[in-house]
Design a protein around this ligand. Sequence first.
Ligand code: PEP
Ligand code: MG
Length: 762
Amino acid sequence: MLESLRSIVQQVSDSTDLGLALEIIVRRVKQVMRVNVCSVYLRDGASGRYVLMATQGLKRRAIRKVSLSTEEGLVGLVATREEPINLESADQHPRFHYIPETGEEKYSSFLGVPIIHHRRVLGVLVVQQKAKRRFDESDEAFLTTLSAQLAGVIAHAESTGDLAQLTQGDVDGKREIEFHGIPGAPGVAIGQVVVISPVADLYATSAVSSRGEKLELEEYRLAVEKTRKDIRDLEHSLTTHINEQERLLFSAYIQMLDDQSLGKEVLARIADGQSAQSAWSEVILAHCRRFEEMGDAYLRERASDLRDIGRRVLGHMQERDVEEIVFPDNTILVGEELTASILGMVPPEKLSGLVSVKGSTNSHLAILARAMGIPTVVGVGGLRIGRLRGQEIIVDGYYGLIFLNATPAHRAHFEEVLREDRQLLAELEVLRNEPAVTLDGARISLLVNTGLMADVKVSLERGAEGVGLFRSEVPFLSRDRFPIEEEQRKIYRDLLVPFAPRPVIMRTLDIGGDKSLPYFPIREENPFLGWRGIRVTLDHPELFLAQTRAMMKASVGLDNLSILLPMISGVTELEESLVLIRRAFRELTEEEGFALRMPKIGVMIEVPSAVFLARDLARRVDFLSVGSNDLTQYILAVDRNNSRVADLYQAMHPAVLAALNHVVKAAHAEGRPAGVCGELAGDPLGATLLMAMGYDTLSMNASNLLRVKAFIRQIQSKQLKPILRRALKSSTAEEVRALMLEFVSDPQLRRLTALAPGLGKS
Ligand code: PEP
Ligand code: MG
């Protein structure tokens, strides 16, 4: 049974069509469990009833006709109890419900398991048997495992609208569909989708349409020829390392590409009007499924060879696409996993929104999007992006929603939101040269986070009092090798000069985690707990010295540089860093004759150990700066990029607030200033709490600066202490959220509150 389980799970997860997945399940389960009936009931969102969607054993005409409420039948009972029900004589049970259309009365034994995804019951999977049979534990385990797998496929279909299509028969596919994701960057965008496909994804080609048989054939043949050559080259380069047996494998690969083999089916599909990409992908996936169903383990493994060939050929077909993308006005870029580097592909004036299937609020793509003011939704689990290609969609970056086929009323609503947003921005512009001061005179410094040179102009236009965080790894990301000291000096000088005499805090290279340089890949099991930030640069003093020397040389005559150290987890790391910085300073001043003042040095507090050591660290440097993004991730043990646990990433969690409060007290006890440069500082409500704690500076994306300033200018500092006291006494993030929402009950203030990462909808 275990072997069968593996192959069914594989088939279901490979299936791109929900109807097909359900058919596979009922057919294979009936066979493997040797039962008379296997059926799947799915919950219809509109009626809340469980509709029979697939069956082997019951009358097929009952499909979609028969449904049960949660009050009805054993199926309803499984759904309400949210646990399996296993009965030898189901017909004796008080909840047994006879439905003549199914011919159910003949079946005596019943085993039903709920299909649950993220705590929601999506359906019920049932097997039935004529003869009395007590299903045993292994039967239950088998069905439960399958149901967990099926839950993922159904949730996927729900988010793509396929489920509604299947249960309610939305045949023309024109109904409005709402996709749920996570807010990445606030704002609304209405525009046309451009899909950036991950290279060679066999599952993402269904929407590629044919440009005519001749062109598609040409594309196919060219890609096959290139793949043949790749394989021959590979075989050649491995000649001395492979034996005869393995060489045969290469010939087998080449044969697979023949017109007599896979090619035959592909050519027929192209002749039928399919594009080369989708014809090829479908043929490959169908063959893979057949291989995977085979009993022989060796043959099953061949499916992965086939997939490999499939990707190689598809990759060649897609080379053309990458070169040919045309970006319309109001482009909304949609991709499986958009990265910061993809942003550079689109002319900025054409880019209005971003949607990434993977990622979370604090992934670096989202941070960059916020800096650039591009409405963004991330973590849209299960979104089938192929179907969005070329369509108009609405991106709601406030709530993390996407709408396809929006109703006219809905569209009008979003146009109104867009107008209001533009008006608010225009109103806020007048504050650019005003200080961030409360109605009763309390003042705080507002700085900006930068990384791109494009930020500099916007930051200055919005009245930034300096740079609180320069992410120095950003210019490293867009190169194909480490920039040498002189190149770096120029980059840093370009930032220090326009801001002078305002302070600029430059962080040393913070790579690792989700930031890997293309020319210095770091591959680890747990990258966020691995070789990251200062750990990398202390192991490579040559990189650290070149960078700190370049920073100091860039500051000659300006004296507005501070250096910030990322991911410090203890005093030893700090002292080792200080030794290197002092050495760089001595080299420059004593040996090379530069007229320099020693820059101020700061430590980032983003690791829990650094919170507890805050006083020891503060004593050794000039200032502390809290990286609340990582601090939240490490205190709550929630990966900041994982959309599955995004709900648990709560920047205003009482535990995070307690840590933040502790750090500022520790810094002040040592007579050192403290700031926050994580996303929390750029949220008006977060900024309020941080101001109440006594933080001296807040550093944020330029796009949040005026909003935070306007908010601070409308509150009384004397209101803050009681709120902070209550927030620190709260036991859950929900309590803090309720408290903050009560605080902003005034509509003028409410209008300024964007979403705090982890605060949820406001
Ligand atoms: C942080 O962790 O809060 C921070 C500012 O650094 P980054 O987001 O670049 O990791
Ligand atoms: Mg960080």
